[in-house]
Design a protein. Structure first.
Length: 244
């Protein structure tokens, strides 16, 4: 199984990075973890056919994490001419917020007759959802987004990937990422503590409780990017490929 960081940036594009979007290529499926506003651009920049994506998993309803969906869906209807089924999974409130975003960005776009089966699933907290070979369990974290924010524990092809989403430190990160093959985790500042976001120093002090096999930092602010020489964990870059 392969994971590619198509976008590893924060909401403000710090370091010139695309918004959050991770592509997982498994033995029998391809799926995205988050689809931030710039994600369709990132897919095309890295030569990824949007029609090859079967599933999208959305951690929370901020524009830099799900704002690419109106563009992706319009492209699917009008440009890529998608026929392949697509399943979208997100937190409670996902359906209404996506509809609102589509109509704000492209009025009337929700009325386009779909040529492909589209399934939207709203995930209750800590209830595993299975779509094809992918099993995802959402864990509630702390990040104000107008709907429940989640860390996602994803199982596929005998591997476990956990993504923290955006959050300050919460104890739910421990079971969400315990023993994961890969823990992709926000580290917004180096040691500055602010509400709703996680800093590197706090994360570093708790990693032993989690025991993930590999940890990669993402969603880094300009401040943390300027201090990467002081960081002893792997960090994401747009285009980085990991083999799991």
């Amino acid at each position: 199984m392969q994971l590619r960081f198509l976008g590893s940036g924060d909401a403000f594009g710090s370091g010139g990075r695309f918004h959050t979007c991770f592509l997982v290529t498994a033995s029998s499926t391809r799926f995205l973890i988050d689809c931030g506003a710039s994600s369709l651009i990132a897919l095309k920049r890295f030569g990824i056919d949007p029609n090859s994506i079967d599933i999208m998993l959305v951690s929370h309803l901020h524009g830099d994490h799900f704002g690419g969906l109106p563009f992706f869906l319009l492209d699917a209807h009008l440009v890529s001419r998608r026929t392949r089924p697509l399943t979208l999974l997100g937190p409670p409130g996902f359906r209404d917020r996506l509809h609102q975003a589509q109509e704000v960005f492209f009025p009337g776009s929700t009325g386009i007759a779909s040529k492909f089966p589209l399934t939207l699933v709203e995930m209750p907290e800590q209830v595993p959802q299975t779509v094809g070979p992918v099993r995802v369990t959402p864990y509630l974290v702390e990040h104000y987004s107008g709907a429940p924010p989640y860390a996602l524990r994803i199982e596929c092809d005998g591997r476990v990937i956990t993504y923290s989403g955006d959050t300050e430190w919460v104890e739910n990160l421990v079971p969400a990422a315990r023993g994961a093959d890969l823990f992709i985790v926000e580290a917004y500042f180096f040691d500055k503590k602010i509400k709703y976001h996680l800093d590197y120093a706090t994360l570093r002090s708790r990693l032993a409780d989690i025991g993930a096999r590999r940890v990669v930092l993402t969603h880094m602010s300009a401040e943390l990017l300027g201090r990467l020489g002081e960081v002893d964990l792997e960090h994401a870059e747009d285009g980085l490929v990991l083999e799991l």
